[in-house]
Design a binder for this molecule. Structure first.
Ligand code: TYD
Length: 206
């Protein structure tokens, strides 16, 4: 299984990823490799640091750097893990690129879609969207870090645009997404909804 976890900064991806990985291992009897973007491969920290901390990069440069990072991540981590019959659970994927670079940074969405499609990256079996209000998310980000990266620094306006674009993408592909509205729910309640969604998408529909 190849599963991705999406959501704005502060939506709780890392917390849920740990719980989902454990659940997935016992549900499938297979090891689950947890990974993330940008930079989830050996040496990827350099490209992550460059993208997140270089002021003034053009939106197009950012787009191409995120895709270059993904390309390395696929060949060095994702495909080798899938070939070894592991599940892969990845925080962020193509939908982050669409939501942030088209929704947030206002590149032309159809151009971004076309460029992503041309990359022919593997398509996840299912995508999880942690849908949370930007107001709640931004409070969490502020409380957990001393120095937000430049995307987090752009604040509420960016997050609102990104969150809206995520919703649009999930609505376009309801069969491909488990979307959980997280506001007002505890971590455990969110997790229960995620696993119910995964059961329905991955097993009950087969
Ligand atoms: P991440 O470390 O996942 O942030 P967080 O853990 O706070 O959610 O991602 C870093 C930033 O990179 C995040 O603000 C979103 C951005 N990003 C894009 O803009 N496009 C992309 O394709 C990816 C993978 C990430």
């Amino acid at each position: 299984m190849f599963i991705t976890l999406e959501g704005i900064d502060g939506s709780g991806k890392s917390t849920q990823s740990e719980k989902i990985a454990e659940w997935l291992e016992s549900r499938t009897g297979r090891r689950t490799v947890r990974t993330f973007e940008p930079g989830g491969w050996q040496g990827g920290g350099a490209i992550r640091g460059f993208i997140l901390n270089t002021p003034g990069l053009s939106a197009m440069s950012e787009l191409l750097l995120f895709l270059a990072d993904r390309s390395e991540h696929i060949s060095r981590v994702i495909l080798p893990a899938l070939r070894q019959d592991c599940n892969v659970l990845c925080e962020r994927w193509n939908e982050s690129t669409l939501a942030y670079q088209a929704g947030g940074h206002e590149l032309n969405p159809s151009h971004v879609r076309r460029i992503i499609r041309a990359c022919s990256f593997p398509e996840p079996d299912v995508k999880i969207l942690l849908d949370i209000s930007p107001e709640t998310a931004i409070e969490r980000v502020k409380s957990r870090k001393n120095s937000p990266d430049k995307f987090e620094d752009e604040g509420i306006k960016l997050l609102r645009n990104v969150a809206a674009f995520y919703r649009l993408i999930a609505e376009e592909d309801p069969a491909g997404f488990v979307r959980v509205v997280c506001d007002g729910l505890t971590e455990d309640e969110v997790f229960t909804k995620i696993t119910a969604g995964l059961e329905a998408r991955l097993w009950r529909s087969r």
